[in-house]
Design a protein around this ligand. Structure first.
Ligand SMILES: Nc1ncnc2c1ncn2[C@@H]1O[C@H](COP(=O)(O)OP(=O)(O)OP(=O)(O)O)[C@@H](O)[C@H]1O
Length: 263
């Protein structure tokens, strides 16, 4: 279980550009929970996952992963527990290296035995087996330079690399938004298979309301650095995209009214 308690993050504190991007956010992610996150531009979605991953240092609050307080750990130490796939297909892989070399880097991450030990036939078989599950024909291309792959293939590979050792938490920041609709669907389906088969607690940010409802077993909505609404698995099944847009408009309007009252 992952427990986030009262997490806040302000950018440019004490300056005229001060911006409270996360405002006292608490969130529990249970084993097997796949949470989709929606919200308008600047709502704080990426800041939420960047704070969880350790990319941004938080001002207040705690992050516990299976009862271990990881709040003081820097990003590279948290990487032992957390897998992450970014929006940009160029970010998660090394283009000048082959698929095999990229997978080896992911495989030896946080492990003491080095490259030598990782380079053997058994590993190749394991890599091929995992690549085959993606259904993209990459299992025959271990020697291909990753820079030659399409955006969708690279995102699928990033996903595989992030989950080659099952992480305690997987963070997906709009990881299909740079892909064409067909490829995006394909990568989402692969994501769903990997996440559900391995029961990986997951947070996925998306701007696509249909995907937010279709995937995962809980949806949360963010606005102005706060989680303003949660939709359970049961509710998701009964909610349409139009319902979701309506709920979002109502909630953001309520927030705007209460902000005006405070002012
Ligand atoms: N590194 C940063 N430095 C300063 N301000 C930042 C930084 N990162 C984010 N912000 C600000 O924090 C707020 C929340 O940004 P964030 O990227 O988390 O929103 P988001 O919900 O992911 O938006 P989008 O859907 O547009 O990606 C925004 O006002 C943004 O300008």
């Amino acid at each position: 279980m992952i427990e986030i308690t009262s997490m806040s993050k302000t950018f440019n504190a004490g300056t005229t550009n001060e911006n409270k991007a996360l405002d006292d956010v608490s969130l529990t992610i249970r084993e097997n929970e796949f949470i989709t996150v929606i919200g308008g531009n600047g709502a704080g979605k990426s800041t939420l996952i960047n704070c969880i991953s350790g990319m941004y240092k938080i001002d207040t609050g705690t992050i516990q992963i299976e009862k271990e307080d990881v709040t003081p750990l820097p990003v590279h130490k948290r990487a032992k527990y957390i897998g992450m796939v970014f929006q940009d297909p160029l970010k998660g892989t090394v283009p000048s290296m082959t698929i095999r070399e990229n997978l080896i880097i992911a495989y030896i991450k946080n492990q003491f035995h080095g490259l030598q030990l990782a380079l053997n036939k058994k590993k190749d078989d394991m890599f091929r087996e995992k690549l085959q599950l993606l259904g993209l024909g990459l299992e025959d291309k271990l020697n291909y330079k990753v820079g030659l792959l399409s955006g969708g293939q690279r995102q699928a590979l990033s996903l595989l690399m992030s989950t080659i050792h099952i992480p305690k938490l997987l963070l997906l920041d709009e990881h299909t938004s740079a892909l064409d609709p067909f490829t995006s669907e394909k990568v989402l389906k692969i994501t769903n298979d990997i996440v559900t088969q391995n029961r990986i607690p997951t947070i996925m940010i998306t701007h696509n309301m249909e995907h937010a409802l279709q995937y995962g077993n809980r949806t949360i909505m963010m606005n102005r650095g706060k989680i303003i609404m949660g939709i359970s698995d049961e509710e998701k099944k009964k909610t349409s995209v139009n319902d979701l847009i309506q709920k979002f408009s109502m909630q953001t309007e309520e927030n705007a009214i209460s902000d005006r009252m405070v002012l």
